[in-house]
Design a protein around this ligand. Structure first.
Ligand SMILES: [Mg+2]
Length: 327
């Protein structure tokens, strides 16, 4: 019989030996953590991952879950062009999960935090019906800032990496899409093991003028929509230019519609006035970059059909709604 650990006991166990940088004056253990004054303007963000809404426990290991919970938060810091510094973790834990599970979850979390240079400065545990991991993350702006509101007509719209992979991975894990072999593994990993584009975001923030940017969490169409709304502009997207991975093409063909509508890729979409070709930009940012369209006047967003050059309104592009996606 497993004896459930008390909440204080569990938090003490999870917070033992957390690595901390010099900016953490006092880590977990008192009523609050104490942080040294920031060197520059600070960023603050928070995000939750809830079992049954954002993931299912059976889909991955506890280590992957812990790492992913931090990575999706890091992606928001990346989308501002910042450096991540410290985080606080709230675990909502349900009966049936033992201390070993949380040790493993924290092992994944700690590894991701160390890789990103983030101190875990505090934690809290609450009892709940569902497992949920909520992380509040702090960061700093060391250069310029990437805002959603700074896109201008004439800007080129770029994305890093490929899009649509994680959405297909999600459907595969959920049993709603069939795939096998290397393509299946690639797409599932793109969902389970996202990597925030922190370095690319920081390099973008050094460009002048600083590009408008957002991370792709809800789907290209919806996330682009946030930029258009905040910047009061429109966009033309070239359907044929949307970067699709070989695995995506193997499973879903060459139609980018799924890539436009599904989220969780945690790539960056940015709008820049640069005249650099995508290949040069890729070298500068250290990540593959593709130009997928341009910012235009007016408030209309269209997807241009590569073959005919005729524009069509984007079909069924409501973006990624995780709650609806569960149906
Ligand atoms: Mg975001």
């Amino acid at each position: 019989v497993k004896t459930p650990l008390g909440e204080f006991e569990l938090i003490a166990r999870l917070c033992a030996n957390l690595p901390a940088s010099r900016r953490t004056i006092l880590g977990p253990g008192d009523d609050c953590a104490i942080l040294a004054p920031a060197r520059s303007r600070q960023l603050a963000t928070i995000d939750s991952m809830v079992d049954g809404v954002h993931f299912k426990l059976a889909w991955g290991t506890p280590e992957l879950l812990g790492a992913r919970a931090l990575e999706v938060n890091l992606s928001d810091i990346a989308a501002m062009g910042g450096v991540a510094t410290a985080c606080l973790v709230n675990l909502a834990i349900r009966p049936g999960l033992d201390a070993r599970f949380f040790d493993r979850l924290y092992a994944g979390l700690r590894k991701a935090a160390t890789a990103a240079g983030v101190d875990i400065v505090g934690g809290n545990i609450t009892r709940a019906d569902q497992l949920a991991i909520t992380i509040a993350l702090l960061g700093e702006l060391r250069a310029g800032v990437l805002l959603r509101s700074s896109a201008r007509p004439g800007d080129t719209i770029y994305v890093t990496g490929t899009v649509g992979d994680a959405g297909l991975g999600w459907r595969i894990l959920d049993g709603r899409l069939k795939a096998s072999g290397a393509a299946r593994k690639y797409l599932v990993d793109r969902f389970l093991r996202p990597t925030a584009r922190l370095a690319a975001g920081q390099k973008l923030a050094r460009m002048r003028p600083a590009p408008a940017a957002i991370d792709l969490s809800d789907g290209l169409w919806q996330d682009l929509g946030h930029i258009l709304e905040c910047s009061r502009v429109g966009a033309e997207i070239d359907a044929a230019a949307i970067p699709l991975s070989p695995a995506y093409r193997a499973v879903a063909g060459d139609d980018p519609e799924s890539a436009l509508g599904t989220g969780e890729d945690y790539e960056l979409l940015f709008c820049a006035r640069t005249r650099l070709p995508a290949a040069a930009l890729s070298r500068r940012l250290g990540v593959p970059v593709h130009a997928i369209g341009r910012i235009v006047k007016g408030r209309r967003a269209v997807v241009l059909n590569g073959q005919s050059g005729r524009s069509r309104p984007a079909p069924r592009l409501k973006g990624w709604d995780q709650l609806r996606a569960r149906d």
